[in-house]
Design a binder for this molecule. Structure first.
Ligand SMILES: [Zn+2]
Length: 370
């Protein structure tokens, strides 16, 4: 048994659990708001806490270039620097390096060379550097540097990505860590069942604190993606947390929880907010729509967020249309609260042994797009 993670209830493949980190416990399943550059855009850490957020993401790639991990370490680490004293997971930068395909210069067994998105200068990331950046940042969970390819590439490329990701994970496993820092490996293999199995077996043999299912949600269709998650999750140890990287729409989150995923992150709730849309139980509401102009009721009667308890749809629409900062902030708070509440409800349903029925009801309600 792992003393890092404990499954407290299971219903079908779905599980509820508790993850222990150096900055507190996280109850899973958990949605992790993304604070790429050391901030969840437009949201104060105290507000995040009040919304029910338990753990936030930071990104090694962006923080390495601006302001730099040594600067952050001198200022007391990422928790002190950002004012968030709860658990932090840092991504290794693999996704950023490989999703910005036109900045890639060279990939070999040693690492990857690319042009920085900040000033175009050639930079090199290695497993050793990714581990060092995260050690300096002092995050609670550090991710291994991996090779994440877009969907639809040739199998040979995918096979090579799996091989290198395992090779890199092996080199990262025993590198220095921040006090109490956990390290998660990232499985790859795209939609290829054989490669996924191969990747999982190689990484599980190295015995990490947790495992991510990476290289999905990168442009493939939803159904084969969910089939791949369903096949990938049982390949990972039952007593370790499973993290699906990059899913944050309400339906998708429910579907990956149903397949045994414990943790997930996505910029969608905050990015959607900044385009003027609200996630609700009536589906996604685009507040630019004229029908909201005179609506005196809140976004969602049942929501306890600042936007819903204090303001009308008509006012939020006005703010969005006038591109007022307050409008984008209020929608960000609401969308994050919606995701935290949704996942808490899923957790409670798992604990009650009622997840199957809850999931059907929830999906039916969410599919009403207006
Ligand atoms: Zn709300």
């Amino acid at each position: 048994m792992s003393d890092v993670f404990r499954v407290t209830a299971a219903d079908g493949a779905a599980r509820a659990g508790v993850l222990r980190t150096a900055h507190g416990e996280v109850r899973t399943p958990v949605f992790m708001p993304v604070g790429t550059k050391g901030t969840v855009k437009a949201v104060d850490p105290e507000e995040l806490r009040a919304l029910g957020a338990q753990i936030v993401l930071g990104n090694a790639y962006h923080l390495h270039f601006r302001p730099g991990e040594d600067m952050i370490a001198e200022l007391g680490g990422l928790h002190a620097f950002t004012g968030w004293d709860g658990p932090i997971l840092t991504d290794s930068g693999g996704f950023q390096v490989f999703s910005l395909r036109d900045t890639l210069l060279e990939l070999d067994d040693g690492g990857v060379t690319f042009r920085s998105v900040y000033d175009g200068s050639p930079e090199r990331f290695t497993p050793e550097l990714a581990a060092r950046i995260q050690e300096r940042l002092g995050s609670d969970i550090a991710m291994c540097l991996d090779i994440c390819l877009p969907a639809g590439g040739p199998r040979s490329e995918l096979e090579e990505a799996v091989r290198r990701t395992s090779l890199w994970a092996e080199r990262q496993r025993d590198l220095p860590r921040a006090p109490g820092q956990l390290r998660f490996a990232i499985t790859q293999g795209g939609l290829d069942g054989g490669l996924r199995r191969h990747s999982a077996e190689a990484l599980v043999a190295l015995d990490f604190d947790g495992y991510a299912v990476g290289g999905l949600s990168v442009g493939e269709e939803r159904t084969p993606m969910l089939d791949a998650v369903e096949a990938a999750a049982p390949l990972l140890p039952a007593d370790r947390p499973r993290y699906f990287m990059g899913i944050g729409d309400p339906e998708g989150v429910i579907e990956v929880i149903a397949r045994g995923i414990d943790m997930f992150d996505c910029v969608l709730p905050t990015r959607t907010a900044r385009t003027g849309s609200a996630l609700t139980w009536e589906g996604r509401l685009n507040l630019r729509n004229a029908r909201f102009a005179g609506e005196a009721r809140p976004l969602d009667d049942a929501c306890g967020c600042p936007a819903c308890t204090r303001f009308t749809r008509a006012y939020l629409r006005h703010l969005v249309n006038q591109q007022e900062i307050l409008g984008l902030r209020l929608l960000s708070l609401h969308n994050l609260r919606f995701m935290c509440d949704l996942v808490a409800a899923a957790r409670q349903a798992i604990e009650r042994g009622d997840f199957r029925r809850w999931r059907e009801d929830a999906l039916a309600r969410l599919r009403t797009e207006r």
